[in-house]
Design a protein around this ligand. Structure first.
Ligand code: NAD
Length: 372
């Protein structure tokens, strides 16, 4: 390795010897060039300029410390040009789905953020990795475990990091739920209840089409209830049971409207979880322990999360400063890439949810517990 590049890498890593063990760091620096100033922000390209990208991610990228919006991938050239003007993205950094693979030649782009319908996550993650980019992929990671495996392998083969967009893992109230459970502040944890519901509008949207969504309310909303149960419990479920609910057979022809599922953990802790596409804004993560309880309601919103703890000593409101969850998620990923650290939301974390959700569907279909 040329001396200038080694010095640059040592500066970036504080000489911690991660150079040899972090191929993604080496690749990033190679693309950035040895003369790149240490304060450089990593460039992010958004793939799929829909509701999340436009409403949350592009604005959040104006608040990030370690990354900035430098690329746009869209099937609508006019929309992409408007975004480029609004966010100061050079026109040369606009790609269509057909020209996407050329992103490999673009030094302005370090991270590809996949914000497409669920069934497209695997393809674009793999193509981005092959183009030499780190990948942040929205939840659910993919529509099957085998797709998750291919995504993990592609990023590993390319020496690039892969993270899943689990914004709540960076959110202070949700982190407090993890701490209260882990430190047994109210004694040992016994039971968890998590539910996320939302009333879907447009009956023609991709979320209601199996081929694009890969499932119904579970893969879109129930995944938050599942994540919360897993990160509050701090362990993995060993079996699941489940039932689906349906009150509108026309709208929910292809995917499930509502689902309730129970998780059993090896420690004896149990979780009762649910999701629905037909209830207005149901949103609660609750944990019951020996000497008290702790809950977030709402627990999953972009803003306005509130939490309480309770027990014989009374009920107390949690107090944390609001953050931009998407900016925190993207900055953490950039920090991991720049400093050769593993992300706390890797592909393996996304794969585990897809694996458990597959078992939940099997349990609902067969009416029996499924071991994990
Ligand atoms: P959306 O429908 O608003 O946007 C999807 C984008 O994909 C659009 O720009 C659309 O043009 C494009 N697209 C390309 N090919 C398409 C096709 N064949 N069919 C439909 N759209 C196509 O969706 P969204 O709400 O932005 O969700 C995108 C992803 O982000 C999903 O995976 C979703 O689960 C995830 N998401 C995550 C969060 C979160 O809080 N982390 C919130 C919302 C959505």
């Amino acid at each position: 390795m040329p001396e200038t590049r080694r010095r640059f890498l040592e500066k970036m890593t504080g000489g911690l010897g991660v150079v040899a063990s972090a191929p993604w760091l080496l690749g990033s620096a190679r693309r950035a060039g040895a003369a790149e100033p240490p304060g450089r922000k990593l460039g992010v390209a958004l793939v799929g300029l829909g509701t999340l990208a436009g409403g949350e991610l592009a604005p959040a990228l104006q608040q990030t410390r370690l990354c900035r919006l430098t690329g746009l991938v869209s099937g609508h050239p006019e929309k992409a040009r408007q975004w480029a003007q609004q966010y100061g993205v050079p026109e040369k950094n606009i790609y269509s789905y057909e020209t996407f693979d050329r992103i490999g030649d673009n030094r302005d782009i370090d991270i590809v953020y996949v914000v497409l319908p669920n069934s497209m996550h695997a393809e674009y993650t793999i193509r981005a990795a092959k183009a030499g980019k780190h990948v942040l992929c929205e939840k659910p990671m993919a529509v099957s475990v085998s797709e998750c495996d291919e995504m993990i392998s592609a990023c590993r083969a390319a020496g690039r990091q892969l993270a899943i967009g689990y914004r709540l893992q960076f959110e202070p109230y949700n982190r407090e739920m993890m701490r209260l459970a882990r430190e047994k502040v109210f004694g040992g944890l016994k039971i968890i209840e998590t539910s996320v519901g939302f009333r879907t509008g447009d009956p023609n949207q991709w979320r209601l089409k199996m081929a694009l969504a890969g499932g119904g309310s579970l893969v879109d909303l129930g995944i938050y209830a599942l994540q919360a149960a897993r990160y509050i419990a701090g362990e993995e479920p060993i079996s699941v049971t489940a039932q689906t609910g349906l009150t509108d057979a026309v709208k929910f022809r292809e995917v499930e409207e509502s689902i309730v599922f129970d998780l059993k953990f090896a420690s004896g802790v149990v979780a009762s979880c649910s999701s629905s596409y037909a209830t207005v804004l149901a949103n609660r993560f609750w944990a019951g322990a020996e000497r008290g309880w702790f809950e977030l309601a709402p627990g999953q919103y972009y803003q306005g999360i509130r939490g309480r703890t309770g027990g014989p000593q009374g009920v107390k409101e949690m107090q944390f400063a609001a953050i931009n969850q998407f900016a925190a998620e993207m900055d953490d990923f950039a920090d991991c890439i720049l400093n050769g650290k593993p992300t706390r939301v890797p592909g393996e974390e996304g794969r585990q949810d897809v694996r458990i959700m597959t078992a939940i569907y099997e349990a609902a279909a067969n009416g029996r517990a499924v071991a994990l």
